[in-house]
Design a protein around this ligand. Structure first.
Ligand SMILES: Nc1ncnc2c1ncn2[C@@H]1O[C@H](COP(=O)(O)OP(=O)(O)OP(=O)(O)O)[C@@H](O)[C@H]1O
Ligand SMILES: [Mg+2]
Length: 255
């Protein structure tokens, strides 16, 4: 569980996050949605401890980040996995080396322990035969799976994903979303995902936080988002022509 209380973040004079209070539950896929520029990535970077903020607090399973010692902060960071936008794999390393990287950074495991764990997670993301490939030889969907394997290799308690399915075709995007949700459930991780994608909202939106101009405008779930009257949310949800048309058909059929 992550609890965010009255979080404010500025860059110089520009106030970006304007007092966000919410919580993200363990074992759930929590989504942050909102228009481009609404503050999703800045928020995620605050949750990751990459950005300092001037007001408010974030606690991770009861521990308030700013009250931790340097060592405790490092320990907490080692419990976080991250899937960056665009996968961000190391080009000069094989897929197996990419996945092993956090184990080398954060653990003192032996080579064979690390190899066993890499095998386990690559199998988990259905890439058991890809160890020796270079990232450039992998498709976009494969690269995302490698990024997910790397994010979970050190058994994180918290998983953060920034637009994990951007650039993928809709079918592959759903495979990636479902994989993240299954892993979240299986290992009881607190997962927070930034997305623009209404498919993700419908598939895996167990909790949804809607940001608008750095404020929490609405929160709910994939069930309640289609029923809310909140205009900012409905504008976002029905910004896609496809959704508008489906909704119109639905309303006409149910007259
Ligand atoms: N390092 C930074 N320095 C100054 N301003 C920044 C920095 N990072 C982000 N911003 C500003 O913060 C605002 C929110 O940006 P952010 O990247 O969080 O949006 P977003 O919701 O993730 O958008 P997108 O959906 O396009 O990824 C933007 O106005 C952006 O210009
Ligand atoms: Mg972003």
């Amino acid at each position: 569980m992550i609890e965010v209380n009255s979080l404010h973040k500025s860059f110089g004079e520009t106030h970006i996050l304007k007092g966000i209070t919410t919580s993200f539950e363990k074992g759930k896929t929590n989504l942050i949605i909102g228009q481009s520029g609404s503050g999703k990535t800045v928020f995620l970077k605050c949750l990751l401890g990459l950005f300092e903020f001037e007001k408010g607090s974030i606690s991770y399973e009861g521990k308030i980040f700013s009250n931790l010692t340097r060592n405790e902060k490092t320990n907490l960071r080692s419990e976080m996995g991250m899937v960056f936008q665009g996968s961000a794999l190391f080009d000069s390393m094989t897929i197996a080396e990419n996945v092993m990287f956090p184990l080398r950074m954060f653990t003192k495991q032996s080579k064979s322990e690390m190899e066993d764990r890499v095998n386990e997670v690559l199998q988990r993301v259905n890439l058991e035969n890809a160890h020796n490939k270079m990232p450039s030889e992998a498709s976009g969907g494969m690269q995302k799976r490698v990024a997910i394997a790397r994010a979970i290799v050190n058994k994180p308690k918290f998983l953060f994903c920034d637009e994990p399915n951007s650039g993928l075709d809709p079918r592959t995007a759903i495979v990636i979303d479902n994989l993240i949700q299954e892993i979240t459930d299986e290992f009881n991780i607190t997962t927070v995902i930034n997305t623009h994608d209404m498919n993700s909202v419908m598939e895996i939106g167990e909790k949804i936080v809607f940001l608008k101009d750095g404020l929490l405008e609405w929160e709910g779930s994939s069930e309640t988002i289609f029923r809310t009257e909140n205009e900012a949310v409905t504008n976002f949800v029905y910004s896609s022509n496809l959704f508008r048309k489906v909704r119109k058909m639905y309303l006409e059929e149910n007259k």
